[in-house]
Design a protein around this ligand. Sequence first.
Ligand code: 13P
Length: 251
Amino acid sequence: MRRPFVAGNWKMNLDRASAVALAEGVAKGADSLVGVDLAVCPPSCYLEAVGRAIAGSKIALGAQNMYHQPDGAFTGELSAAMLRDLGCTYVILGHSERRHILGETDEEVNKKVHAALAAGLTPIICVGELLAQRKAGQTMTVIRRQINGSLAGLSPRQMTGIVIAYEPVWAIGTGEVATPQQAEEVHSALRKIVEDRYNDSIAGSVRIQYGGSVKPENAAELLGRPDIDGALVGGASLKVEQFLGIAEKAG
Ligand code: 13P
């Protein structure tokens, strides 16, 4: 069975002191949680401090982005090996904010996925449609293009080291959560795409998180759906009680 996985994407928020306090609070509260994998993804400049704060706890460390090259003249970028060095287990790749604000393409995401896996990181690959695309009935065309582009060239063995996150762009930071039915529909279609690309055993084991205005109040209904294996949480992950409240619903 798939073990639920809840990760907090802190985005470009907090300062050092509040990031450490949040990490300590979450690590302490997670002690009593069972049956769920947990991670926090702070801004890269706080990875080391947060890593220290969660050391020895049930919380894993993740980054929000990386560059695909192993090293060299790439001013401002971080490599997968550097993230490993900082104690990261996970890296979020292809988040919609990177796709739509910073112009990241499926091809770039795919290069990053290969580099992350080669370095021993678990990529959390994000896909999701814009509101206009949903309204135009293009949701699955967009999702299919993003996931196939992001997974290009991955062997079955590599595919077992991947997490997928479905984050409808219109539900991110808007308070407008996808209904459990809307989310489940895309999650089960994503699993089918993985099955068609690989096989039913890999499709049955790949974890697919939902992201977009997840809160303790709506988490149980979303996470109760058969193909929703956890959550990638933005705003609510910045509050200890809210993040733990969501994690509790997943376990
Ligand atoms: P919110 O939970 O703030 O909607 O953000 C979701 C998200 O983008 C997580 O990666």
